[in-house]
Design a protein around this ligand. Structure first.
Ligand code: NBP
Length: 478
């Protein structure tokens, strides 16, 4: 009888195939399966020589080809397909077997699936995997959630396939239940904010500083040598440097300005709204993609709605440096918000997330990998219960140093009619957060006027209502 495989992968599209190859490349025997058998056959034709793979056509044979307790990575399209695969696997599995959903599942689904599997005597793990197809093959950032004992059984394999930064693998058990997919969701949300901020900087460098795409590309290349050093800044330089073969123009200039999305940014924003956490950067990034999608409406509005008619300015070195600083400060705010959201979710769900570890495992393999995550890790190492990243000296100073430039850029963009929703909402968040007294006193007054929602006083304990439309007297309501 053939030797049993240590782990199985079902779902051999680009992510599953590359993950299976990555695992096999570490000398681990891997069982592979895909709903459509032709894909499994193709996989074996292309990669069988790379490692010890056992391919099966039926789910039953796949399950039987695994040593027990079985460990099965499900890498299929998120949503109903994951439930379908679990339903198919469940009657074929034994008590204690482990189903690992490594796709981009929505965390409430993971919470539900964990309970359903537990009721059937199975262990379930929701695992975030970032890094796209190249990451899956060469070393992703992995965010495993679920039963810690189940994680111990796959830890060695996960640590061997993850990206490594400074000798530390980019994987750690994140927390129970839906914690892994939650952290992956916020990772993707931060990715939205990062990309939107980069797009705003590109817009300003193009439409305010008057530079062409290759020149902007060189600026990003230069920025990638400093505080902004990150995968996304690096590939921005490369994308802007690309020439279109057909027209000879910069390729970005012939790409339609409509951004797609798969929904993880929206999930992050909705969850922040549910938690009551201000998450302006990520949410504005989602809205900006929505606005970009209204291409035909924008074409009409461009001819109808008045703007300030921006005059292009010549390349101005101080403007370029101002934009760099505005980008950095806005990025600090976006991360501060994303980490505050994870903290709130951890408290709400009792996940015990260690935020410094999240920064650690995002330093390599994933799309938002960046030098700057080292600073975030250090901040949480020193202050594990930090309310807000802006409050540690490194970030307090970084934003204080950048704020004049940040404000100048926002004034200039606004004067010239260039939209900068993520830059400006990040500054408004910063200004709002650093204010001891804001204007919500008036909001409370209005709410009390029209709805008797009551208010609190700065000088006395208790709740009060004023009979605004009657005799104007104040009554205590508690
Ligand atoms: P896709 O998300 O395109 O899914 C294709 C796979 O799902 C195929 O193996 C397909 O089998 C299988 N599948 C479907 Br569709 N419906 C099924 C069903 N009812 N039962 C069983 N299998 C079913 O693949 P992907 O791009 O490799 O992504 C896999 C997961 O990883 C997704 O959750 C994705 O969001 C996540 N992810 C992707 C990336 C990326 O860069 N692409 C990065 C990080 C995470 P078939 O061959 O029979 O149709």
């Amino acid at each position: 009888m053939a030797e049993k495989s240590r782990i199985g992968v079902t779902g051999l599209a680009v992510m599953g195939a590359n993950l299976a190859r990555n695992i096999a490349s570490r000398g681990v025997p891997v069982a592979v399966h895909n709903r459509t058998y032709a894909k499994t056959e193709q996989f074996m034709a292309d990669y069988a020589s790379e490692g010890d793979f056992t391919a099966s056509e039926s789910v039953a044979d796949f399950v039987n080809s695994l040593e027990t307790p079985r460990k099965i990575i499900v890498m299929v399209k998120a949503g109903k397909p994951v439930d379908g695969v679990i339903e198919e696997l469940t009657p074929l599995l034994d008590q204690g077997d482990i189903i690992i959903d490594a796709g981009n599942s929505h965390f409430p689904d993971t919470v539900r699936r964990t309970a359903e599997c537990e009721a059937n005597g199975l262990r379930f793990m929701g695992v975030g995997v970032s890094g796209g197809e190249e990451g899956a093959l060469l070393g992703p950032s992995i965010m495993p959630g679920g039963d810690p004992a189940a994680y111990e059984e796959v830890r060695e394999i996960f640590e061997s396939i993850a990206a490594v930064v400074g000798g530390t693998p980019c994987v750690v058990h994140v927390g129970p239940g839906g914690a892994g997919h939650y952290v992956k969701m916020v990772h993707n949300g931060i990715e939205y904010a990062d990309i939107q901020l980069i797009a705003e900087a590109y817009d300003l460098l193009t439409n305010v500083a008057g530079l062409d795409a290759p020149a902007v590309g060189k600026i990003f290349e230069e920025w990638n040598t400093g505080d902004l050093d990150s995968f996304l800044i690096e590939i921005t330089g490369k994308v802007l440097a690309q020439t279109d073969e057909k027209t000879g123009k910069p390729l970005v200039d012939v790409i339609v300005d409509q951004a797609g999305q798969k929904g993880t940014g929206t999930w992050t924003a909705i969850d922040a709204l549910n938690l009551g956490i201000p998450l302006t950067g990520i949410t504005e990034a989602v809205f900006a993609r929505g606005l970009s999608a209204l291409r035909s409406e924008r074409a009409v509005a461009a001819k109808t709605l008045a703007g300030p008619n921006p005059a292009k300015e010549a390349d101005d070195e101080s403007l370029v440096e101002d934009i760099r600083q505005a980008l950095y400060a806005s990025k600090v705010v976006a991360y501060a918000q994303g980490f505050a959201q994870m903290r709130a979710a951890s408290v709400e769900n009792d996940w015990g997330l260690k935020l410094g570890e999240m920064a650690t495992i995002w330093r390599g393999g994933c799309i938002i990998r960046a030098r700057f995550l080292n600073r975030i890790r250090e901040a949480y190492d020193e202050h594990p219960d930090l309310d807000n990243l802006l409050m540690v000296p490194y970030f307090t100073e970084a934003v204080a140093n950048a704020q004049d430039a940040w404000r100048r850029v926002i004034v200039k963009a606004t004067e010239q009619g260039v939209p900068i929703p993520a830059f400006s909402s990040s500054l408004s968040y910063y200004d709002g957060y650093r204010r001891e007294r804001g204007p919500a006193n008036l909001i409370q007054g209005l709410r009390d006027f029209f709805g008797a929602h009551t208010y609190k006083r700065i000088d006395t304990e208790g709740s009060f209502h004023t009979r605004w439309a009657q005799d104007g007297t104040e009554v205590r309501t508690d």
